[in-house]
Design a protein around this ligand. Structure first.
Ligand code: SF4
Length: 108
């Protein structure tokens, strides 16, 4: 039997920053009858609390069902990650890319 190594604290966290999306893909789970996923945004104030109790986070994945680029507090959240997470952490997000042409994302 393989040895199982358990970390004392998680190293990776997913944060679904929004369930809102600028697209309406027919295969999206949000389009499924009775799925019940409402549009909503992650509470930025929770990020400090969550990350402060997870000292070994080296990967923050800012994705879920919605389009992360629609999240109004994306810049502050990235700043919080920079301050709170390990220095060698990486930020990952999957975007649909349609919004990347927007001038507000020029600095990323
Ligand atoms: S969340 Fe993804 S699958 Fe759903 S509508 Fe948006 S882009 Fe399409």
């Amino acid at each position: 039997m393989e040895n199982i190594y358990l970390r004392e604290s998680p190293s990776k966290i997913y944060i679904e920053v929004t369930t809102r999306c600028n697209l309406n893909c027919s295969m999206c789970v949000k389009q499924a009858e009775g799925c019940g996923i409402r549009d909503g945004d992650f509470d930025l104030n929770l990020s400090r609390s969550i990350l402060s109790v997870l000292p070994d986070i080296n990967t923050v994945i800012l994705s879920g069902i919605g389009e992360p680029l629609l999240y109004n507090s994306l810049s502050p959240l990235i700043e919080i990650c920079k301050i709170t997470c390990r220095r060698d952490h990486v930020l990952v997000f999957r975007v649909m890319a349609c919004l990347l042409k927007s001038p507000e994302f020029g600095s990323y």
